[in-house]
Design a protein around this ligand. Sequence first.
Ligand SMILES: [Zn+2]
Length: 246
Amino acid sequence: MTAPPYGLRFDCGRICLDLVATAGGAPDERLTGPGQLAAWLAGAGLVPRGVPLDGVDGRWVVRFRALRDLLSRVVRDELRGRAADADLARLNSAAAAGQPPAPRVVRTADGTLARTLSRPPDCAGLLAAVARDAVGLLTDAGARGQLRECAGEGCRLVYLDTSRGRRRRWCSSEVCGNRERVARHRRKEVEGNRGKEAGENRRKEVEGNRGKEVEGNRGKEVGENRGKEVGERGRRGRPRGRRGKV
Ligand SMILES: [Zn+2]
């Protein structure tokens, strides 16, 4: 499978969360123009591939970004507590503002069945499809219980944890999971090097102290020997003197 263009992602578990995922992270903005939005609409499955999206322009981009920011706020507020009533009202308005085009099944030239739309998609209808998906998510207790915010550093992506043990920590094992594994490996390496350096410094210190001790002992020995010599000389000299005086 080839990676979606423009760094778009469709692995959050819901269309509304995939729209939220078009902002935040690197790059911060992924809906930078009509081309990106058309790619997102096709990637999310809102518009079957092959259906022309000639109508997508800058105004669509502005409206989709606005819905995305609203969804991002509502979902995160609900994760931490409660979304504002005014935001829920805005979401309801978006869900009611248009009618998503009905899907149709058609027989293609090679005999297979393909999905198409009953009419060309319009902006309000597609926005309503995403908003309705969010209403479905927020009011489904099972799905809500699977909502998670990615534990990756600097990643605020929200996704549905449908893993068996419900222990998925990252929006994507390949992206944030891999980044975390690399960071952990680096931290271990740095700690290992720090340990080695500390050991090396300790060794040098011990050797230095040993050197000082040896030097000191040698000094002491020299001093003691000198003292002994002087004493002996004195002892040797004194009797002679005494004898001389007597
Ligand atoms: Zn992440």
